[in-house]
Structure formats: C-alpha cells, structure tokens
Design a protein around this ligand. Sequence first.
Ligand code: PRP
Ligand code: URA
Length: 234
Amino acid sequence: MANQSARAGALPMRGVAQPTRPHVLDLPDVHISRHPVVTHKLTALRDRNTPPPEFYRLVRELGTLLAYEATADLALIPVDIETPLEAMRGERLGGGVGIVPILRAGLGLADGFRQVLPDAQVWHLGLRRDEHTLEPIEYYNQLSRASNLQVCFSVDPMLATGGSAIDALHTLKRYGVPHLRYVGLIGAPYGVLKLRQAHPDVPIYLGAVDDHLDDRGYICPGLGDAGDRQFGTL
Ligand code: PRP
Ligand code: URA
C-alpha cells in the first residue's frame, strides 16, 4: 500500500492544479474542431455501448475529417495538365506528406488520414504508457530520415498527460523530420498545455478538449482506453 501511494504521488499530474478548459482553448496554434459531424461522431465514440468494430470505424472516419481540417492550409504548386477537352494549369500539393501513427491507438486515425492522403509515407512509432508512472516507453520505431516533406502528422487519439505526444515529437525532431503537426481526437487541458509548452512550434489539432484527468491519468469524460476499444482487448 505504501508503495502504491509512493507511485501514485509520482504521477505527472499529481500535486499540480490542472489547467481549465477555457485556459487551453486560448493557447496559440491549438485548433479544436467546430465541425458538427466531428462532434456527432465523437459522441458515438464516447458511448460505452459502442462495440470495437464500430469504434474502429468511427476513429477512422474522424481521422479523415480531421485530416481535412489539418491540411486546409497546405501549399500548392502549379502543374500543367490536359483535361479531355484542353490544356490547363492545375495545382498539386507541393512536397510529400508523412503520417506517424503512435501505436497502437494511432492506427485507426492513420487509416483515416490515408483515405485523404493515399500517397503519404507512414512511419510507425510504438509507445506505451507505464501503468504506474504514466511515462511513455518506446518499443517500436520505423522512423527514417525524410526529405522533401511539406508536413508530417503525428497522430494519436488521446492527449492525456501529454507524455507520449511530447516524446514522439522529440523523437521525430531527433530524426530531422520537418514541419510537424500533432492530431488527436480528445485532449485533456493538462496534456494540451504540456504539449504546447514542450513544442511551441508544433500546431495541435483536436476533435475536442475535455474537462480533466482522473487519478489514473484517464481523460474525463473521455472515451476510456482508445487502444483497447479499437482492437477489442478490453
Ligand atoms: C494511450 C494513447 C496515447 C497515450 C496518451 O496509449 O493512445 O498514446 O496513452 O497518454 P499520455 O498523454 O498520458 O501519454 P497507451 O499507452 O494506452 O497504448 P495503446 O495505444 O497501445 O493502448
Ligand atoms: N489513453 C487512453 O486511451 N485514454 C485515456 O483517457 C488516456 C490515455
């Protein structure tokens, strides 16, 4: 018991006041979706009665919707093409796109991103939170040094203490991956603030910001465990 409370005392969000929702909504370069279809699908996702196959499908669809939002300002370059009727100058995305799903839970989101960006390169990064300390532990890494990327999205549904997102972005920066953006479904105010402070240069895109973290580091009201609910390992 003594050990348990010593471990609990070490949790990152213990002993500090958690920031409020309005506080983080005003942070720079934090984009929270206002799209009613995103909210509608998030509500279905949060519902405890949503079974894993539907849960995965919803995560994928939300990935597609958030991909639209997080790519709205990408740069285009001119390209000359011929339609069946005549020549014209069109535009295509300038530079490649990278997607980094944070395993496991980022897989469904990455799947949704690929519906919009089928040519994107996908690099997998495996992180899991230690259940006692909540510190992220890396267990898989398929990153490579990328060049000519216009943007690279680190995708993971849950931004709780922020530890996983912060570590993932540090790793990507160590690999020299440029123009990073973070995309998630639900953030806790604590994790949003920590991520903003640790990587002020990385835009944050979320479907929603919730109220707080509970004592186990779960986002409330949240949706429970995003990895277990996608893959049926409850
Ligand atoms: C979840 C989630 C994030 C992390 C968020 O992954 O997908 O990666 O926790 O928590 P944090 O902001 O406190 O770091 P988890 O470690 O449960 O692994 P999983 O995706 O394999 O379920
Ligand atoms: N990871 C999850 O899957 N859910 C949470 O609420 C927090 C971390």
